[in-house]
Write a protein that binds this ligand. Sequence first.
Ligand SMILES: Nc1ncnc2c1ncn2[C@@H]1O[C@H](COP(=O)(O)OP(=O)(O)OP(=O)(O)O)[C@@H](O)[C@H]1O
Ligand SMILES: O=C(O)c1ccc[n+]([C@@H]2O[C@H](COP(=O)([O-])O)[C@@H](O)[C@H]2O)c1
Length: 214
Amino acid sequence: MRIGLLGGTFDPIHFGHLRSAVEVHEALALDELRLIPSARPPHREQPGCSAEHRLNMVRLAAGVDSGLLVDDRELRRDKPSWTVDTLESLRAELGPEVALFLIVGWDAFCGLPSWHRWECLLELANLVVLQRPDYDLDVPEVLKDLLAARSVAEPAQAKALHGQIVCLAQTPLAISATHIRSLLASHRSPRFLLPEAVLDYIETNGLYGPVTED
Ligand SMILES: Nc1ncnc2c1ncn2[C@@H]1O[C@H](COP(=O)(O)OP(=O)(O)OP(=O)(O)O)[C@@H](O)[C@H]1O
Ligand SMILES: O=C(O)c1ccc[n+]([C@@H]2O[C@H](COP(=O)([O-])O)[C@@H](O)[C@H]2O)c1
């Protein structure tokens, strides 16, 4: 069994996430790919809308492609959404014989050394690093060493249950949730950057509207 895990704030989920998820699913011949919304991201400003709204939008988006599953465990936990806790809880549930692939964009990967107990992540899962055309970040030295020691050259070589790093090229989509929020805040349309069902949900619930003065 090979399971991909794409965690995110998903504020809101967009085609950059979804296209990456589909391409990783195929490139690594995964049995399933889970989208895991963060309840309380530990490392950034708190999201623009509630965890419940973000989860509903992820469910709507996953409904568009039945190959994607939604895992709401971080929303059921009364703690900051540290990824190492999520991986430990998945391991406790699924056992040691499942190959886990933690998928992160380039920006998230470059920040890895600041994650809670980050050295434990590769003991629990493999890492899949995605390109991000809208980010031009230098990789920290410590991660260069890690890449040199743990990377596989081809996705087909990603056979371990944990401990390997796969850098994947996928269709580059320079879409970010920040850009979508800023379009909505200034009454511009984010149509075709995210699923229609998610945009309808945003409009119906009046999310990400312009900031109003008191
Ligand atoms: N366009 C994209 N291409 C590849 N990876 C992406 C893309 N957008 C987001 N990701 C990755 O998906 C994961 C979740 O991202 P997140 O929910 O923070 O979206 P975001 O668009 O980066 O949001 P924000 O702009 O609010 O920071 C992260 O690992 C991030 O690097
Ligand atoms: O565990 C941590 O310390 C940690 C620090 C930063 C980010 N993460 C996770 O990385 C994923 C992507 O984060 P973000 O901010 O790009 O949405 C999301 O699942 C976060 O919970 C996790």
